[in-house]
Ligand binder design. Structure first.
Ligand SMILES: NC(=O)c1ccc[n+]([C@@H]2O[C@H](COP(=O)([O-])OP(=O)(O)OC[C@H]3O[C@@H](n4cnc5c(N)ncnc54)[C@H](O)[C@@H]3O)[C@@H](O)[C@H]2O)c1
Length: 463
């Protein structure tokens, strides 16, 4: 399917002000569906809840909560009493009688560890029948946690094929991840951490934005795939936070340090610790502090007999990023390589544990010819002391330490003209201009360009 990417700022700017409330059907009355039914009815929407489980349908239809969830029962009771909540096992008629369908069937773990989408497929077939029987635009809002590509690759083709209608023209498709936390789900609905609408057409984005306007007037509108992915990324991040805090706790206890005191201080730093800082995909970490201190903490844990697999594997993950860059370069077949930016980050001449230097050594070990440029390092820069450290590194690094002064060029043009391929390690305006001008293929480790310039071959390490 070939739907246009919607203009996000435009979608926001023209959100309609109409007071007409969309009629909503909700497929799957588990935790997500039951809470959505209750909360959307509390915003004045007429909601038809659908499930294949007649017991849930019966309970919710009588205004009773099928699960233990704070305030859910009273919300459902009010919705049913106001005539806004109805339930059925008939999904076809529910779609026919509503404007928007929220899909919240289960997506359990499949036998191979992936995501079992069989409930989605089952529901899609019924929804398509309902759509076929109705006229007018209908929006399907997928709310299940699913791998990127499932909404457009699994759900949409089934609905299109069996309804005979076209997504983006006859009906809308979007992905609207659910971020509720069980136990405080009703509260989270009314004060959401964020509202994300992944859509491919403006009309669908508007319909969804209007539904959420009372609780979040400024939803994030994005692509369907980004919305699908962000749901998983959020949960993996939350899991990572839990494991990280627990590893710190396990480590602090035998050291006689109060882990809560430590983490209270840690979380007060909203500049570097709890912030977007360090959270953009890019190249590996390096420098004089991070690698050394990760090693020190891992060693502390080993000495204390404490297993900290997350912290102990950071170095492994970091090396995987360097290996990834190496295989991207090897895949091009280029023999003469130019590295732009050699220090562990821009604005310093510190080469200690620079991942760019590791990459350079690996490239040399592969028999490739490498020249490098760095804005902060010239032939005048005293790098002798730093190279002393390098001499204690891997055999490749030791080898590089001998030859590095000859491979560093003061003149950027020397590097770009000699190379068949450029690796950019620093996001630098001169490097942006030089790569554009040279037109050599680029392996980009820093997202030098938001979008690759026309005519320039750019391969990003994580984009
Ligand atoms: N539980 C959470 O806190 C939470 C939070 C965010 C996202 N999610 C995601 O939302 C989705 C739903 O989660 P849940 O916890 O509510 O699941 P759940 O297992 O509690 O409920 C799923 C419901 O869907 C019903 N169902 C299955 N196939 C159906 C069909 N063809 N027609 C109608 N009903 C059908 C089942 O009978 C069940 O009642 C999952 O993808 C989950 O990963 C869950």
């Amino acid at each position: 399917m070939n739907l246009e990417r919607i203009d996000i700022s435009y979608a926001r700017s023209i959100l309609p002000q109409s007071e007409t409330k969309a009629r909503i059907s909700i497929v799957g009355l588990g935790y997500v569906g039951a809470v959505s039914t209750a909360c959307l009815s509390s915003l004045g929407h007429s909601v038809i809840g659908v499930d294949i489980d007649p017991e849930k349908v019966d309970k919710i239809g009588r205004g009773l909560s099928p699960i233990h969830e704070k305030d859910l029962g009273s919300y459902l009771f009010q919705g049913v009493s106001a005539g806004l909540v109805n339930t059925t096992t008939d999904l076809v008629s529910a779609v026919r009688e509503t404007d928007v369908t929220f899909i919240s069937v289960g997506t359990p773990t499949a036998e191979d560890g992936g995501c079992d989408d069989s409930y989605i497929r089952q529901a899609a077939r019924k929804m398509a029948q309902g759509l076929r029987q109705k006229s007018g635009f209908h929006v399907f809002a997928m709310r299940c946690s699913i791998p990127p590509g499932t909404t457009l690759g699994v759900l949409t083709p089934i609905i299109e094929r069996l309804s005979g209608k076209k997504a983006g023209r006859d009906f809308g498709i979007c992905f609207n991840p659910e971020f509720l936390r069980e136990g405080v789900a009703i509260d989270d609905f009314h004060k959401p951490p964020k509202t994300v609408i992944g859509a491919t057409d403006l009309r669908t984005a508007q319909v969804m934005a209007r539904i959420y306007a009372p609780v979040d007037p400024d939803p994030i509108i994005t692509t369907i795939e980004a919305a699908e992915m962000v749901k998983y990324v959020d949960n993996v991040w939350h899991a990572a936070k839990v494991c990280f805090a627990n590893e710190i706790g396990r480590l602090c206890k035998p050291l006689g340090v109060d882990s809560h005191e430590v983490m209270d201080i840690f979380t007060q730093d909203t500049k570097l610790n709890l912030s977007p800082y360090y959270l953009k995909p890019g190249f590996a970490y390096g420098g004089s502090c991070l690698p050394k201190e990760v090693r020190a903490v891992t060693h502390m844990a080993q000495k204390a007999g404490i297993d900290v697999p997350m912290i102990a594997n950071l170095d492994r993950s970091n090396k995987a990023q360097i290996k990834q860059a190496l295989s991207m370069v090897k895949a091009t077949g280029a023999k003469r390589i130019g590295i732009l930016g050699l220090a562990f980050k821009p604005g310093t001449d510190d080469l200690r544990e620079s991942p760019a230097l590791e990459l350079m050594a690996d490239l040399q070990s592969e028999g490739l010819e490498v020249l490098a440029h760095d804005q902060a390092i010239s032939s005048e820069t005293a790098i002798g002391g730093q190279l002393a450290y390098v001499r204690h590194g891997s055999p490749g690094l030791r080898n590089l330490a001998e030859t590095l002064p000859d491979l560093l060029r003061d003149d950027l043009d020397d590097v770009t003209q000699h190379a068949e391929l450029l690796i950019v390690c620093h996001a630098d305006a001169d490097y942006r201009a030089a790569t554009r001008q040279s037109r050599k293929p680029v392996v980009d480790l820093v997202r030098l360009f938001p979008e690759a310039p026309v005519g320039l071959e750019v391969d990003g390490i994580g984009w």
